[in-house]
Design a protein around this ligand. Structure first.
Ligand code: NAD
Length: 479
């Protein structure tokens, strides 16, 4: 079995402690690779390499040249899309077509941020006579990126793409459960001409390599994507050395369906928004709130759709793949069991393909109806293919239910009433609101982030560049 190493200072580097972690294929539960188990010593080497790049070749490169390097990287990613998708599908268990879409999105992130490098500028400000005042946007320096396992390529693209475009040097700690694609991308970045040390990938466990990165005093900014509990820990560690933090955390996002909506258009989106990546999506539409006049018939149609869904190995490319690991499988099964025990109505359940390896981490897509709003399956992020349907009486009731969790990431609204569309868009507690769609195709141009337990700060789009820079005001008194 090939032993992976860290990618530090422009090349492969063995783990200081010479320890490794088995990589498990979620489709069959079997190990198929090994990654390095990084510790503080490896993080130290990576941060030192990043600092040297920032103060050296990378930091001195013009914005236009930075853009050319990132553009070359986007082309290399596109050329290797099939290989990257294969790695990601095996590592995460997601259906191959979804991994292909993730590889395409990664290429697009680098294309977008390549074009943005030389368009990030400050302003001149009118001030007292005798002064000229300007603002300049400067990189933070060394940025740390802690990435989860659900969308390694996409999350790396949106976070590292923007940080590099702004001129930072990056140290990435991917999830121990899925990091093979990102190690390959780091090698492609070197091939694209990224100076040594501008991008480093240290693998390992969160409590070891991740914590060492978050608390390293040489890291000037931390971008964390993951669970709310670990996000809080990372914030505390970064606060010890006053590093700013962007937190992209979980969600319990609602889709609100009014009786006047185009239900035929809504139906497939209500299903795909929770089944994509087996529900392991921060922005998953995990609650559907339906106006009572159409509640029973729409739940019936949803039940028919859920009953026809199948989960199976990533290579089979079915409706969904397995969950990421045994712990996650057990966690999701516990939510389902709790709901059944509490008498919540199980409206439909899909199937696990008959030929799915029995050691894989499968969960059949599940629809619960008439879910009490306070029940944990209506309140907590399950991170599995489990949809909770609830009825509402009128617009204020819908809004109260939608805003009635501690999260605030995404919301979807389905209605033909234009005034209602705007009213809800403004009143929903969410970082993104989608009207008569959900996710808008995930465009890299669209700023993304949450509020409350979903985190703070924005990634994606041009907005991310502001988060990866700091603003300096320069006042010149010339008389
Ligand atoms: P997680 O919090 O367990 O792990 C995320 C990353 O943090 C991993 O790289 C992990 O190794 C690292 N980590 C774990 N413990 C750490 C510690 N003590 N110190 C430093 N780093 C540590 O999350 P996960 O289970 O990998 O991902 C699922 C979660 O991520 C869900 O809650 C999901 O909603 C969220 N998520 C959010 C977004 C978003 O954009 N808002 C996107 C994807 C996933």
């Amino acid at each position: 079995m090939e032993e992976a190493k860290h990618f530090i200072g422009g090349g492969w580097m063995a783990c200081a402690a010479n320890e490794s972690i088995d990589v498990i294929d979620p489709s069959d539960g079997q190990p198929f690779a090994r990654i390095a188990r990084g510790h503080a010593a490896d993080v130290e080497t990576a941060v030192t390499a990043a600092r040297a790049a920032y103060e050296g070749a990378w930091g001195h490169m013009s914005a236009a040249e930075r853009g050319r390097v990132l553009y070359r990287l986007s082309m290399l990613i596109a050329a290797c899309g099939e290989e990257l998708a294969g790695l990601e599908a095996r590592d995460t268990g997601k259906p191959l077509r979804e991994a292909r879409a993730d590889a395409a999105a990664l290429a697009r992130y680098f294309e977008f941020y390549a074009g943005a490098c030389d368009k990030l500028h400050g302003e001149t400000l009118p001030y007292q006579a005798g002064y000229t005042v300007m603002t300049v946007r400067e990189p933070h320096g060394v940025t740390g990126h802690i990435v989860p396992w659900n969308y390694p390529m996409q999350i790396f693209g949106r976070s590292v793409g923007a940080a590099l475009a702004a001129g930072n040097a990056c140290v990435v700690k991917p999830s121990e459960d899925a990091c093979l694609s990102l190690l390959r991308v780091a090698a492609l970045a070197a091939e694209a001409g990224l100076p040594a040390g501008a991008l480093n990938v240290v693998t390992g466990y969160g409590a070891e390599a991740g914590a060492a990165l978050a608390r390293h005093p040489g890291v000037d900014h931390i971008s964390f994507t993951g669970s709310p509990s670990v996000g809080a820990l990372v914030s505390q560690m970064a606060a010890e050395h006053h590093a700013p933090v962007t937190l992209e955390l979980g969600g319990k996002s609602p889709q609100i369906v009014f009786a006047d909506a185009d239900l035929d258009a809504a139906l497939p989106t209500l299903v795909s928004a929770i089944v994509q990546n087996a529900g392991q999506t921060c922005s998953a539409g995990s609650r559907v709130l339906i106006e009572r006049a159409v509640y029973a018939p729409l739940v019936e149609r949803l039940a028919a759709a859920f009953g026809a869904l199948r989960a199976g190995p990533s290579a089979r490319d079915l409706d969904c793949g397995p969950l990421i690991n045994a712990k996650q499988r057990q966690r999701v099964a516990q939510f389902v069991d709790d709901a059944k025990r509490d008498g919540v109505r199980l409206a439909a359940q899909g199937e696990i393909a008959a030929d799915a390896p029995h050691r894989g981490f499968y969960q059949a897509p599940t629809l619960f109806a008439d879910v009490p709003p306070e029940h944990r399956i209506a309140q907590e992020e399950i991170f599995g293919p489990v949809l909770a349907a609830l009825a509402f009486d009128d617009e204020p009731h819908a809004l109260a239910l939608a805003n009635g969790t501690r999260y605030g990431l995404v919301a979807g609204v389905w209605t033909r009433d234009g005034a209602r569309q705007l009213r809800l868009a403004r009143r929903l507690r969410a970082g993104q609101v989608f009207i008569n769609n959900y996710g808008a195709g995930g465009g890299v141009e669209l700023p993304f982030g949450g509020t409350g337990r979903s985190g703070h700060g924005r990634e994606k789009g041009f907005e991310a560049l502001y988060g990866f820079t700091t603003l300096k005001t320069i006042a010149i008194r010339h008389g």
